[in-house]
Ligand binder design. Structure first.
Ligand code: SER
Length: 611
C-alpha cells in the first residue's frame, strides 16, 4: 500500500485529522534509517527465545542481546526495526493517558558502529525535520553521573549543537537516566531520553521530564549501551560501544498528531468505536477507565494469542499474565453492563487493523477466538458468585481493612480470581489484601520451586548462565530426538528455560507413549555420552534449509544465519549461546509430558547439575 492510499483510507475510516498515519510513520522511520546504512530486521516474537530473565519481549533490544554483548550480527552493525513489545510492569497504570502493556517500539541500533554524536543527531533530525515536531515542544534528559560513570556532558553538548536550548536539557541520576538490563543481568548503560511537552502548565517549580504530572511524555530513548551488569551486581565494560534506541509508536503519534492520549490515536479509535457500539455507551466520564482498560487489554491479549509462539491462558508465567488481562476485561465489561462475550468481536477489530503488518494475527485467528471463548466460558461462570463471596469477605473486615491471604487464596482457588484482580476489587473500596500471606498460601499449595510466586508474577526469573546454556543445547537435542522418534512433522512451538529446567512445546496431536518418551530420553543421553562437539556455522537461510536445518524463527534473520550443528543429532538455526560439547550436559531426564493446547504437547526436562 502506498502512502497516499494509507492516508486516504485512514482519513475515511476516521474523520479526525491524521497528519501522519501509523503506517506512514513506520515507513518513514525505516526509510530514514535504511538510507543511513541500517538494515531492517523483522519483529521477533513477544515470547523471548531461551531467555529466562524475562517473560516477554519488553524492548526492541531484547532479541539482540547476544549481539549487544559482542557477537557478530549477520546483518551488520546498523539495524532498524519495529518490534512488538509487552510490559507487565505497566499493567496497573493502564487507563492513564500514555501507559500501555502492548506497544510497538521503533528502534535503531549501532553494534559498535556510531555512538553518541550520530545517534543524537539522527534522532534530532528525524523528529524535527522529518516529522516536523517543533523543537520547542521537545525536552531531553542526560545522565548526571555517579561514582561508576561520569556525567554525560558530551550528550548535552551534542544536543545543543543540534539546536536544543540549555533550558530544554535536564540532568538526572541513575533512577531516571540509566537503562537496563532488561532482566537481572545483561547490557545496559546511561541514556538520553526525549520528551514531548503536552503543553500543560508546570505543576510546580520542580516540574520537569521526570515529573509524572502529565506535562512531559517520554517518546524516545537513546541508550549508550557500553556496560553489562553481572549476576553479582557489578558492571563490566563491553568490548565495544553500542547504541540502543526505542520509540513508542502511540506516543510519537500523540506528538505528531496532537492527540491528548493514546486512545485518541487511530490505533485505538476503531476499538473504542466498536466498544461504544457493543455497549451503547460513550467512552467518557465514569466509563472512560473501563473503556481504556478493555481496549488496551484486548489488543495486548490478541497479540499474545496471535503470536507464532502463543501460549494459552493458564496459572503460570506468560499464560498467567494473559489470563489476568482477559479476566480483567471480562469484569470491566460487566461494569459497563455487558454480560456477553465481547472479546471475540473486539479481537476481530484488532486483527483487521493489524493483519496486514502482522499476518500472524490473521493466520492464528481461529486460535485467538477459540481461546477467548474458552477463557470467557471458564470465568464468566464463576465471576458472579465469586464477586458475591468477595463482597461478603470485604464487609466482614475488621479495622485493619485488610483481607487475609487465606481468603484471597480462596477467591483464587475457588473462583479463579487472580490475586491482582482481588487487589483491584479491594482497592476500589479503599481496602487492602495481605499479599505476603497469599503468597505463602500459594507457595504451600503449589509446592512451587524456590523461585516462588511473587518473583514469578513480577516477571523476574532466576538466571544462571552456564546451566542455562547447557539446557539450551539439551533443548536442541530434544527437538532432534522428537523428530527422529515421532516424525519430521514435529515442529517447535515454544521454548522456555529457567536455571532448573527446560520446557519445550511442539506440534503433535496425541499423548506420547511411555516407550516413545524413553526412546527420546535414550537418544538425548546417547548424544551426551558420545561427547560431540557443538559446531556453529554461518550460512545463508537457503543453505541452512537445504542442509536440513530446522528453525521456526528464520524470518527473524537476514540473509546469513547462524546454524548450530550437533552432527547426527541436531541442526538448528539459532542465535546461541550453546555448550561447546554435549558431554557438558551430563544427563537428561524428562519430568513431564502433557498437553499445552490443542495440537501442542509440552515436555519439561532437567539435566545433570554441577561444574
Ligand atoms: N531499551 C531502551 C528502552 O526500552 C531503548 O529501546 O527504553
Amino acid at each position: 500500500m502506498n502512502e497516499m492510499n494509507v492516508m486516504n483510507e485512514t482519513e475515511n475510516m476516521d474523520e479526525r485529522k491524521v497528519r501522519i498515519s501509523w503506517q506512514t510513520l513506520r515507513e518513514k522511520y525505516i526509510r530514514f534509517f535504511t538510507e543511513r546504512g541500517h538494515h531492517e530486521i523483522p519483529s521477533a516474537s513477544l515470547f523471548p527465545e531461551n531467555d529466562p530473565s524475562v517473560l516477554f519481549t519488553t524492548a526492541g533490544m531484547h532479541p539482540l542481546v547476544p549481539y549487544l554483548l559482542g557477537e557478530k550480527h549477520p546483518r551488520g552493525t546498523r539495524l532498524v526495526d519495529v518490534q512488538k513489545c509487552l510490559r507487565t510492569d505497566d499493567i496497573d497504570q493502564v487507563g492513564d493517558d500514555t501507559h500501555l502493556t502492548f506497544f510497538e517500539m521503533l528502534g535503531n541500533w549501532s553494534l559498535g558502529d556510531y555512538f553518541k554524536d550520530e545517534s543524537i543527531s539522527m534522532s534530532y533530525d528525524f523528529l524535527t525535520n522529518h516529522l516536523e515536531i517543533p523543537v520547542e515542544k521537545l525536552a531531553v534528559t542526560v545522565f548526571e553521573g555517579d561514582d561508576i560513570v561520569p556525567a554525560d556532558l558530551e550528550s548535552k553538548a551534542i544536543w545543543m549543537r543540534n539546536g536544543m536550548k540549555e533550558e530544554q536539557i535536564f540532568p538526572y541520576g541513575r533512577k531516571e537516566n540509566w537503562w537496563g538490563p532488561a532482566g537481572r543481568t545483561g547490557p545496559c548503560g546511561p541514556d538520553t531520553e526525549i520528551f514531548y511537552d503536552m503543553g500543560k502548565p508546570k505543576c510546580g517549580d520542580e516540574c520537569g521530564p521526570a515529573c509524572h504530572c502529565g506535562k512531559y511524555v517520554e517518546i524516545w530513548n537513546n541508550v549508550f549501551m557500553a556496560f553489562s551488569k553481572n549476576a553479582d551486581g557489578s558492571y563490566s565494560t563491553l568490548s565495544r560501544k553500542n547504541v540502543d534506541t526505542g520509540m513508542g509508536m502511540e506516543r510519537i503519534l500523540i506528538a505528531i498528531n496532537g492527540y491528548r492520549n493514546v486512545y485518541e490515536s487511530e490505533l485505538f479509535q476503531p476499538l473504542v468505536h466498536a466498544l461504544e457500539t457493543l455497549s451503547g455507551m460513550r467512552n467518557e466520564g465514569e466509563f472512560e477507565l473501563a473503556f481504556r482498560i478493555i481496549c488496551e487489554h484486548v489488543r495486548a491479549s490478541t497479540f499474545l494469542l496471535g503470536d507464532p509462539k502463543a501460549v494459552a491462558p493458564s496459572n503460570s508465567e506468560q499464560g498467567y499474565i494473559l489470563r489476568r488481562l482477559i479476566r480483567r476485561v471480562i469484569r470491566m465489561a460487566r461494569k459497563l453492563g455487558m454480560r456477553e462475550n465481547i472479546l471475540g468481536h473486539l479481537a476481530e477489530v484488532v486483527i483487521r487493523q493489524y493483519g496486514e503488518v502482522y499476518p500472524e494475527l490473521v493466520h492464528n485467528r481461529d486460535y485467538i477466538l477459540e481461546q477467548f471463548a474458552g477463557e470467557y466460558g471458564l470465568f464468566a461462570r464463576t465471576l458472579d458468585s465469586g464477586l458475591k463471596v468477595a463482597e461478603k469477605y470485604f464487609s466482614g473486615l475488621d479495622d485493619t481493612k485488610t483481607l487475609s491471604g487465606d481468603l484471597a487464596f480462596r477467591l483464587y482457588d475457588t473462583f479463579g480470581f487472580p490475586i491482582e484482580f482481588t487487589m483491584e476489587l479491594a482497592s476500589e473500596k479503599g481496602l487492602r489484601v495481605n499479599l505476603q500471606e497469599f503468597e505463602e498460601k500459594y507457595r504451600q499449595h503449589q509446592e512451587m520451586s524456590r523461585l516462588g510466586a511473587s518473583e514469578k508474577f513480577r516477571g523476574g526469573l532466576a538466571d544462571d548462565g552456564e546451566q542455562t546454556t547447557r539446557l539450551h543445547t539439551a533443548t536442541h537435542l530434544l527437538n532432534g530426538a522428537l523428530r527422529r522418534v515421532l516424525g519430521e512433522g514435529v515442529r517447535q512451538r515454544g521454548s522456555n528455560i529457567t536455571a532448573e529446567r527446560l520446557r519445550f512445546d511442539f506440534s503433535f496431536d496425541r499423548k506420547l507413549t511411555i516407550e516413545e518418551i524413553r526412546e527420546v530420553e535414550r537418544l538425548v543421553n546417547q548424544a551426551i555420552d558420545e561427547g560431540i562437539d557443538v559446531e556453529c556455522l554461518e550460512m545463508t537461510v537457503e543453505a541452512a534449509k537445504r542442509g536440513g536445518a530446522v528453525g521456526v524463527f528464520e524470518d527473524r534473520y537476514g540473509e546469513t544465519v547462524k546454524v548450530y550443528n550437533i552432527p547426527g543429532y541436531s541442526m538448528e538455526i539459532c542465535g546461541g549461546p550453546h555448550a561447546k560439547n554435549t558431554s557438558e550436559i551430563k544427563s537428561f531426564k524428562i519430568g513431564k509430558e502433557e498437553s499445552s493446547s490443542a495440537g501442542v504437547r509440552r515436555i519439561k526436562a532437567t539435566i545433570g547439575t554441577g561444574p
